[in-house]
Design a protein around this ligand. Structure first.
Ligand code: LLP
Length: 432
């Protein structure tokens, strides 16, 4: 019945996450509330890095994509598991840095990095800067020279793969704002130039074909294309590319009918393709990096809301309104992304109705979802929306001057706040 394995029902008939009663959590911390299960995050990270070891002889690293969910405690958890991080802004870099994250295990992304961001990345010594375009290469070369540094870089390549996912989260095709194009020769010319740069060291190539992808085939295809390019660079320029970063994008189960392939299968198949192609093309096995974000954070999280108004519009629909909405859960209004929901205090009952869960923002499109199977929900009930650990807190806003909810981690039966709920004074903090 549940999309994530960390959800269950206790003797009181309440929904639990990581063994902790969600109704009690709502009482203790208030709603709306993001709840993340730390053990589940750790378990998923281990599944990724253990399979990397098993199927790729340990010649690889898992870099958690912190855009999915970033806060200092999350960075500490990832660091303590020995994994790396993908950061996409100075804000994500700063969060990791302040959390004491080993910055040499950070890849810094972005299609339009500012000079301030590049300087900061060089200053804190990130492991790789993933350069997106030629003007960034020139700017970074100048900044590194000025700082007397020689950062390792990777190039973001568009491998020309069209993954089957929502248009807004596709990134590997030629019509994309991200990266250097292969087809036009742009990527090859840029590699030539980078090799001759004095203040950057080209250490790898990167691609990311999109997000929430269920099929393994496009990932295999991307790996083939990238290795073909690495072979071309070796043959024509005599330069050996040492690292291959294949990005993230692994699909997860948001709805009961979703059936994504286990990550282990992905790693087994893609590692197989990389080994096969390398021996066919006569190139060294590169160090392999992957950047899963959603698959690590989403299944570990839920959002808890309290039901306020209920409106039954005969022959049309029933609205169940909650105390949050698009400000803390923007993915339905943005992408039409669907979730499973449960009335946490009635978790044992049948989900006998189909309702629209509406938020409290002043906007008709402010919905958590439509046609959602749910137990009969009334004012005061607690609704849990499942698998919200990724791209919810990280994409939240203060629309309507709402305060961002707290984030609570549960861990082995205990709970603690890792991000405080915003106060009304936080709302006016920067106002003059
Ligand atoms: N690496 C790069 C370079 C990326 O651009 C992304 C995601 C990832 C890794 C992680 O992908 P994941 O494993 O999380 O799928 N806001 C959208 C998703 C945007 C993803 C952007 N890039 C959503 O809520 O569905």
């Amino acid at each position: 019945m549940f999309v994530s394995e960390n959800l269950d029902i206790n003797n009181a008939g309440h929904l639990t996450i990581g063994g902790v009663d969600t109704v009690e959590l709502a009482k203790e911390y208030g709603t709306p509330l993001y709840v993340m299960d730390e053990q589940m995050i750790r378990k998923t990270l281990r599944r990724f890095h253990d399979s990397m070891k098993k199927y790729y002889n340990g010649k690889g690293e898992v870099h958690y994509a912190s855009k999915a969910f970033s806060c200092m405690e999350m960075c500490r958890v990832v660091a303590s598991e020995g994994d790396g991080l993908d950061a996409v802004s100075i804000g994500e870099l700063y969060t990791a840095y302040k959390a004491g994250f080993p910055m040499d295990k950070v890849g810094f992304h972005g299609n339009n990095k500012t000079d301030e961001e590049l300087r900061f990345a060089v200053e804190v010594g990130v492991g790789h800067i993933i350069v997106d375009n030629i003007s960034e290469l020139h700017r970074l070369e100048a900044i590194a020279a000025e700082m007397q540094a020689k950062p390792d870089i990777m190039f973001r390549i568009k491998p020309g793969i069209d993954a089957h996912t929502h248009d807004f989260v596709k990134t590997g095709q030629i019509d994309s704002k991200f990266g250097f194009a292969l087809e036009t020769g742009e990527a090859f010319e840029a590699v030539k130039e980078a090799i001759s740069c004095k203040n950057v060291n080209l250490s790898g190539l990167h691609c990311h074909i999109g997000s929430q992808i269920f099929d393994i085939a496009p990932f295999e295809e991307a790996a083939r294309v990238m290795l073909g390019f690495i072979a071309k660079i070796k043959n024509e320029l005599g330069f050996e590319v040492k690292g291959l970063n294949l990005g993230g994008g692994f699909g997860i189960k948001y709805l009961n009918e979703h059936d994504p392939a286990p990550f282990e299968v992905y790693l087994e198949r893609v590692s197989g393709v990389v080994r096969e192609e390398c021996s066919k093309l006569g190139i060294e096995l590169p160090a392999m990096y992957i950047e899963p974000g959603r698959s690590i954070a989403a299944p570990a999280g839920i959002t808890l809301y309290t039901v306020g108004a209920r409106k039954e519009i005969p022959n049309i629909r029933t609205y169940v309104s909650v105390d949050g909405g698009m400000a803390d859960s923007p993915r339905y209004i943005l992408y039409g992304s669907e979730y499973e929901a449960i009335v946490a205090n009635k978790a044992k009952e049948e989900r006998s109705e189909k309702v629209t869960i509406a938020g409290k923002c002043c906007e008709s499109g402010d919905l958590i979802g439509e046609n959602m199977p749910l137990q009969h929900a009334e004012s005061g009930d607690i609704i849990a929306v499942c698998a919200t650990g990724a791209y919810n807190y990280s994409m939240s806003s203060n629309y309507n001057r709402l305060q961002k909810p707290a984030v609570v981690f549960v861990n082995e039966g205990k709970s603690s706040v890792v991000v405080k709920r915003e106060t009304l004074d936080d709302i006016i903090r920067n106002d003059i």
